[in-house]
Design a protein around this ligand. Structure first.
Ligand code: ADP
Ligand code: MG
Length: 322
């Protein structure tokens, strides 16, 4: 199969709302009046971001989900994406499953494909996603204020726990596998938080690392209540410290972490109900730099390693590197 029939068979879809879709040198989109375009890119590399034997449908889902999660974290409405796909061979079974998983998430989130590029080489997927924001209303990392509540959506730690088990040749519990393979970008929650959250990001590298980005950008610190951190269900069976380590430093959660003024506490709960997304209040933004934490009313020593960093020898999908 050549490149062009591959694109038209697996990636061109009818009914695009773009001014110009796949087939020319560029796609063209119209932006609604009074809005700005939020643009983000993420690459997933085989053996680094997913195990080499991962089901192609799940790779398709997750490649788009991690990008849509970034749009959600700005409070943007997903609109269009491009797909740069590098494939070792034009395997029809791979392409069929990959495109099925990717478009299942696309249809769920209301985002459409606008174009892409197809090359041969080691499997790697780069998606650029675009979303619309009301002008000037993007929810930045830099606007956390001292006294803000810190909130997180959904639950944390399951994906990291699943990775740890798979690396040891063990079968992870279903809820943790679901977190790893089928993350749910919190689009509705992100959109509704536009006039409520002061700062926001999505948790991709580990809660401590990501919260650290908000604190650094805002010049603030945080006090965390570890009892309030929502853990993926099966982590309840683990030793408490091990479960907390997954939630605090594990990464791959794709939940939203945001800060909002204390006086908007009830509003946040209403928004969470509307978005049908659970949220937990896990701490407070402080004026002093650094993260302090309590567990059971006692001060808790946080782990030194705070999350995933590609260029530090640390967490990796490859066995034997930790
Ligand atoms: P060019 O030579 O101008 O870069 P290409 O031959 O790479 O064009 O692509 C032809 C058309 O197919 C373009 O509209 C491009 O956006 C689209 N396209 C290429 N690869 C993909 C893909 N993996 N998914 C979606 N669209 C793609
Ligand atoms: Mg090209």
């Amino acid at each position: 199969m050549d490149e062009f029939s591959l694109i038209s068979r697996y990636f061109r879809r009818s009914g695009s709302s773009a001014a110009l879709g796949i087939g020319d040198d560029c796609g063209i989109v119209s932006v609604s009046p009074g809005t700005q375009l939020a643009v983000t890119t993420d690459t997933l590399v085989s053996g680094v971001h997913f195990f080499e034997n991962t089901d192609a449908e799940l790779i398709g889902w997750k490649s788009l989900a991690v990008n849509v999660s970034d749009l959600a974290a700005m409070g943007a409405a997903p609109r269009y994406f491009t797909l740069a796909l590098t494939l070792p061979s034009p395997s029809e079974s791979f392409l069929e499953a990959f495109s099925r998983g990717m478009f299942a998430l696309a249809d769920q989130c209301g985002i459409e494909i606008l174009g892409g590029d197809t090359t041969s080489g080691p499997l790697s997927i780069t998606i650029t996603a675009m979303g619309e924001l009301p002008r000037g209303k993007g929810i930045l990392r830099s606007k956390a204020a001292a006294g803000d509540d810190i909130w997180v959506s959904g639950d944390l730690g399951g994906a990291a726990h699943a990775v740890g088990l798979i690396r040891r040749g063990l079968e992870p519990p279903a809820d943790c596998l679901e977190k790893l393979h089928r993350p749910q970008p919190r689009v509705a929650l992100g959109l509704l938080l536009t006039d409520t959250a002061n700062s926001m990001l999505d948790v991709s590298d580990g809660l401590l690392a990501d919260l650290g980005h908000i604190l650094e950008a805002s010049g603030k610190g945080a006090q965390l209540e570890l009892d309030a951190i929502p853990l993926t269900g099966s982590l309840g069976r683990l030793d408490r410290n091990e479960a907390l380590l997954c939630a605090l430093t594990g990464g791959d959660d794709y939940e939203l972490c945001f800060s909002a003024p204390r006086k908007k506490r009830e509003q946040v709960k209403k928004i969470a109900d509307l978005a049908q997304t659970p949220v937990s209040r896990i701490g407070t933004i402080t004026g002093e730099p650094g993260i302090e934490a309590n567990l059971n009313g006692q001060s808790y020593r946080l782990p030194a390693r705070r999350g995933y960093n590609h260029f530090e020898e640390a967490w990796s999908l490859r066995p034997g590197t930790q």
